[in-house]
Ligand binder design. Structure first.
Ligand code: PLP
Length: 386
C-alpha cells in the first residue's frame, strides 16, 4: 500500500493524504477487526451508525459547531444541494412566515450561477442580488455591496445564497458581508474550500460541501444546518403555497430524523471523511491548516506575478482564491506548459473546460513541497518565455 507522493493539483475529485488512503484501504477489507469492510456493513447496524456518528462528532469538534446547528450527510453531490437547498429552505421560511418568499442569490462564478438557474428552474424566481460577470465580463471580481441590488425590504427574502469559493473561476470571498442581510438565513456552498479555514458556523443558516475536494471522495455531501430550519409545514400546506416538495431522500428534516441513514448511505465514503477529519485534528486543527493554505497560495501567486508578460491572472488580487489558482498563458502555449509540467510530474493543472487555461488546486492535502516544486517550474517556464 505504497505510492510515491503525487504532485497533483486536480480540482476534484482531488488529492487525499496518502496516510488516510492507506488506513481506508485496510478498513475497506476489515473494519476495526470485525471481519467485514466499512462498505459492506449495513448503514443501520451499530458499526454503520458508529461511522456516521464518529464523523459527525469529529466535524463538530474541528469546526466548533454550536448546539444550534445540526450536521448531516447526503448523497448526490453539490448539484443536489442546488435543488434541495431551494425546496428545503423555502419550506423553512414558509413554516416561519406562512409565505413562499423569494430567495436571493449572489452570483460570483459558474457554480453560484448554476445554483441560481436551478432555483429558477424549480419555480422560485430568485432575486439576483449580484451577477459579477456583468461587472467585469468574466467573473474576476466581487464588487462592494454598494454595487449589489439588495432588496430594500428583506422580510420576504426566504434565504440568501452564495458560493464561498468559485472552483472554476478562482474567486473566493475574503469575508461575506453578513451585516447587509439582517434577519436573513445565509446559505453557503463551500464545496471547494470546506475546512480550508476557520468559519464561524453560527452566522450561517446552512453550509454544504461536496466531499470530493477537501474532505473525501465523491459520493457524499456534508450539510450543517441551523436546527430551527428543520421545521417544515405539512405537505398539504406546502402544496397550497405552491412550494415543490423535496424528494424524500433529500428532505432535510427526514434525513436528520434518521441520522443520515433514511436510505442507504455510502458508509465507506463517510468513513473516509472521518479519517480526513481525524487527520486534520491530529495535525493541529483548522488554525494550522489555514496558515499552511495561506502560505501555499501566497508562494504560488508570487511566482506567477513575477512574470506578468507570461502569466495572466484573471482574478482581482483581493478576491483571489486560496484553493484554486487560475491563470492563462499570454502566448497561448497551454499545451506546451502542461506537457513540460507533466514531465516534472506536476499534474492536474488543466483549467476547467468552460474557461480553459490553467488551474492549480491547493487543497488541504497538497503539500508545501508540491507547491514549491510548482513554483520552481512556474519561474523557470516564466524566465524562458518572458
Ligand atoms: N459547487 C462547487 C463550488 C463546486 O466546485 C462543484 C463541483 O466542482 C459543485 C458545486 C458541484 O458538485 P457536484 O459535481 O458534486 O455536483
Amino acid at each position: 500500500l505504497e505510492r510515491k507522493e503525487p504532485n497533483y493539483f486536480g480540482a476534484g475529485p482531488a488529492l487525499l493524504p496518502t496516510s488516510v488512503l492507506q488506513q481506508a484501504a485496510q478498513d475497506l477489507i476489515n473494519f476495526q477487526g470485525i471481519g467485514l469492510g466499512a462498505g459492506e456493513i449495513s448503514h443501520r447496524s451499530a458499526a454503520g451508525a458508529n461511522i456516521i456518528e464518529s464523523t459527525r462528532q469529529h466535524l463538530v469538534e474541528l469546526l466548533d459547531i454550536p448546539d444550534t446547528h445540526e450536521v448531516f450527510f447526503m448523497q448526490g453531490g453539490g448539484t443536489t444541494g442546488f435543488s434541495s437547498i431551494a425546496t428545503n429552505l423555502t419550506a423553512s421560511f414558509a413554516k416561519k412566515t406562512g409565505r413562499k418568499g423569494t430567495p436571493a442569490y449572489v452570483v460570483t462564478g459558474s457554480w453560484s450561477k448554476k445554483a441560481a438557474e436551478e432555483a429558477t428552474r424549480l419555480g422560485f424566481n430568485p432575486d439576483i442580488v449580484l451577477d459579477s460577470k456583468k461587472v467585469d465580463g468574466k467573473f474576476g471580481t466581487i464588487p462592494g455591496t454598494d454595487k449589489w441590488s439588495i432588496p430594500q425590504d428583506l422580510s420576504n427574502t426566504s434565504y440568501l445564497y452564495f458560493c464561498d469559493n468559485e472552483t472554476v473561476n478562482g474567486v473566493e470571498f475574503p469575508e461575506f458581508p453578513f451585516e447587509k442581510f439582517p434577519g436573513v438565513e445565509i446559505v453557503a456552498d463551500m464545496s471547494s474550500n470546506f475546512l480550508s479555514k476557520k468559519v464561524d458556523v453560527s452566522k450561517y443558516g446552512c453550509i454544504f460541501a461536496g466531499a470530493q475536494k477537501n474532505v473525501g471522495l465523491a459520493g457524499i455531501t456534508v450539510y450543517i444546518i441551523k436546527k430551527s430550519l428543520l421545521d417544515h409545514p405539512t405537505e398539504d400546506d406546502l402544496t397550497k403555497l405552491n412550494i415543490p416538495l423535496s424528494p424524500i431522500a433529500f428532505d432535510f428534516p427526514t434525513v436528520v430524523k434518521n441520522k443520515s441513514a433514511y436510505n442507504t448511505i455510502p458508509t465507506f465514503t463517510v468513513h473516509i471523511v472521518d479519517l480526513v477529519l481525524q487527520n486534520l485534528i491530529q495535525k493541529g486543527g483548522l488554525d494550522v491548516q489555514q496558515k499552511a493554505n495561506e502560505q501555499k497560495a501566497k508562494l504560488l501567486y508570487e511566482a506567477l506575478d513575477e512574470f506578468p508578460s507570461v502569466y495572466k491572472l484573471p482574478v482581482e488580487k483581493s478576491v483571489r482564491s486560496k484553493m484554486n489558482v487560475v491563470f492563462t498563458l499570454a502566448d497561448g502555449s497551454d499545451a506546451e506548459f502542461l506537457k513540460a509540467a507533466e514531465e516534472r510530474e506536476l499534474t492536474g493543472l488543466k483549467g476547467h473546460r468552460s474557461v480553459g487555461g490553467m488551474r492549480a488546486s491547493l487543497y488541504n492535502a497538497v503539500s508545501l513541497e508540491s507547491v514549491k516544486l510548482l513554483c520552481d517550474f512556474v519561474r523557470e517556464y516564466g524566465a524562458e518565455h518572458a
